[in-house]
Design a protein around this ligand. Structure first.
Ligand SMILES: [Zn+2]
Length: 75
């Protein structure tokens, strides 16, 4: 079973929202990203920066976890 890495394009196609949350339990920092804006900047084939050297918390600098949340369909 091959596991395909998430790309910005696949997130958009599945109508998901990309969110990040700080791993530091006492911090509570979260952010949500505009996938369409990221595609405009990085391209739809860009893989999520989930590995080492990915994004860090704006508040405390700890690593962040990414999560995908289903968007409500807007008519
Ligand atoms: Zn933090």
């Amino acid at each position: 079973m091959a596991s395909k890495p998430w790309t910005l394009g696949s997130i958009r196609d599945m109508n998901l929202q990309l969110q990040a949350a700080c791993r530091e339990p006492g911090c509570g920092w979260t952010a949500s990203y505009d996938v369409n804006k990221m595609i405009a900047e990085f391209g739809a084939d860009c893989e999520l920066p989930t590995g080492q050297g990915g994004l860090a918390c704006d508040d405390c600098g700890a690593p962040v976890d990414f999560g995908l949340v289903a968007l409500k369909k807007s008519a």
